[in-house]
Design a binder for this molecule. Structure first.
Ligand SMILES: NC(=O)c1ccc[n+]([C@@H]2O[C@H](COP(=O)([O-])OP(=O)(O)OC[C@H]3O[C@@H](n4cnc5c(N)ncnc54)[C@H](OP(=O)(O)O)[C@@H]3O)[C@@H](O)[C@H]2O)c1
Length: 348
C-alpha cells in the first residue's frame, strides 16, 4: 500500500462528515475528488472553506449524478439516515463505501438487506465497511479485543456516557431534551430499530465468543431537570427532560449477557442524578479477572477535556479507507479487515 493515494468523495458534511473531510484534505494519502452537500448554503463552496481550511479546488455540489459519474476509489457516506438505494448505486458505480451508518456486522434481522448490498458490491467489484465509534468500535472491536485478557467472562456492559451540557451537539433538541418527560417516555426519539442496529455490534462480540444471542430486551428512563438549565441553543426548563438512559440487553443461555447503556444528561441538576462527570465509553467485563476500561477525549491545550465521539466516528471510517479499497469485494467487518493500519497519520 506504500506510496499509493486514494481518491475519495465526502458525502454530507455534518459534524462526522467534517471530521473525515478535514482528514482527507490534510492527509497526503488521500486526494479529495468530490463533496456532496444537502444544505443550499454549502453548494458551490470550496471544500476547504467548509472546514476552515485553505481552498482545495474541489467545489461542493448537490448533484448526485455528477458524484456517481466521478472516478473515485471510495465514498465516505455520512448523511442523516441510511439510504440503501443510494449506497447500492454508489457501489454499483465502482466506488467502495465506508459509512458511520453501517453495515457493521451481518445479523439475522438484516440478512435480506445485506444480501442486496453484497450483490451491489459484486456488481461494482468493490466493498462496503461500517465505521464509527458506536456502533463500530466501543461496543464491538474493543470488548472483543479486551476479552483476550480474560480467563472467564460472565457479563459485558458498554456505556456511552455523555454530559451534553459540557459537550453541546446537534442531538440535544433532536433527542427531546427539554420536552415533557411523560410524552418522551411514551414516544422515545430513538427509533425502535436502534437496538437492532446496535445489536450488530453485540452479535459480533457474542458470536466471537462462540455463543448466540437468544433475544434482545430494551428499556428507557428519563430524568427531570431540577432547575432551569441554560445551554448554547436555549434553556432546558425545570421539570422537563434533563437526562435520558437507554438500556439494550442481549440474552445468552437464558441470562442477560451483554448490555449497551446510553446515559445522556444536560449537566448534573437532574433527578434521578446519573453521574456523567466523565463523558466516556466505559467497558466493564465481569468475570475472572474483572476488567474496566474508559475511553475518553484527552486533555486539550486549555486544560479542558471534550468528548470527541463524533470526530472519532468520522476518523474511524476515514482511516479504514486504504484497507477497505485493498480488500476483497463485499461487505467487510472488523474480522475481515483485521488490525487496520491507518496511513499518513504521522506527518509534519
Ligand atoms: N456509528 C457511529 O458511531 C455514529 C456516531 C454518530 C453519528 N453517526 C451517524 O453518522 C451520520 C452523520 O452524523 P452527524 O453527527 O454528522 O450528523 P449531522 O451533523 O446532523 O449532519 C448530517 C448531514 O446530513 C446532511 N443532510 C441534511 N439534510 C439531509 C437529508 N434530508 N437527508 C440526508 N442527509 C441530510 C447534511 O449535510 P450537509 O451539511 O453537507 O448539507 C448534514 O450536515 C448520521 O446518520 C448518524 O446517525 C454514527
Amino acid at each position: 500500500m506504500s506510496g499509493k493515494t486514494y481518491r475519495v468523495i465526502q458525502w454530507a458534511t455534518g459534524v462526522v462528515g467534517q471530521a473525515a473531510l478535514t482528514h482527507f484534505i490534510e492527509n497526503p494519502v488521500f486526494e479529495l475528488a468530490g463533496v456532496l452537500v444537502y444544505n443550499p448554503d454549502k453548494i458551490g463552496r470550496d471544500a476547504g472553506e467548509l472546514v476552515g481550511l485553505p481552498p482545495t479546488g474541489v467545489i461542493a455540489t448537490d448533484d448526485v449524478e455528477q458524484i456517481l459519474a466521478m472516478q473515485a476509489d471510495c465514498v465516505m457516506f455520512a448523511p442523516i439516515g441510511l439510504d440503501w438505494n443510494m449506497v447500492c448505486r454508489l457501489l454499483r458505480s465502482g466506488k467502495n463505501v465506508v459509512s458511520p451508518l453501517g453495515p457493521f456486522y451481518p445479523s439475522e434481522r438484516y440478512t435480506e438487506l445485506f444480501a442486496e448490498v453484497e450483490a451491489a458490491c459484486r456488481e461494482g467489484g468493490v466493498s462496503i465497511y461500517g465505521g464509527g465509534v458506536h456502533p463500530g468500535f466501543a461496543g464491538d472491536i474493543l470488548p472483543l479485543t479486551l476479552a483476550r485478557m480474560m480467563n472467564r467472562i460472565d457479563r459485558i456492559e458498554v456505556s456511552e456516557v455523555i454530559d451534553k451540557l459540557r459537550n453541546p451537539m446537534v442531538y440535544i433538541e433532536m433527542m427531546g431534551f427539554g420536552t415533557d418527560p411523560d410524552a418522551l417516555l411514551a414516544k422515545p426519539r430513538r427509533s425502535p430499530e436502534a437496538p437492532h442496529h446496535f445489536a450488530q455490534s453485540m452479535t459480533m462480540v457474542v458470536e466471537g465468543l462462540g455463543k448466540t444471542i437468544e433475544r434482545l430486551t430494551a428499556s428507557f428512563e428519563v430524568a427531570r431537570a431540577t432547575r432551569d438549565i441554560p445551554y448554547p441553543n436555549g434553556v432546558i426548563r425545570k421539570g422537563t427532560v434533563g437526562g435520558q438512559r437507554y438500556e439494550w440487553t442481549a440474552w445468552v443461555e437464558g441470562k442477560p449477557f451483554m448490555t449497551f447503556h446510553t446515559i445522556w444528561t444536560m449537566g448534573e441538576d437532574i433527578e434521578p442524578r446519573w453521574d456523567t462527570s466523565e463523558s466516556c465509553y466505559r467497558i466493564v467485563i465481569a468475570g475472572d479477572p474483572p476488567l474496566e476500561m474508559k475511553l475518553m477525549g484527552g486533555e486539550e491545550a486549555d486544560g479542558g477535556r471534550h468528548f470527541p465521539g463524533l470526530p472519532w466516528t468520522g476518523l474511524l471510517a476515514a482511516t479504514a479507507i486504504p484497507a477497505v479499497c485493498e480488500a476483497r469485494p463485499g461487505l467487510l467487518t472488523h474480522l475481515d479487515l483485521g488490525i487496520v493500519q491507518p496511513l499518513g497519520l504521522v506527518r509534519p
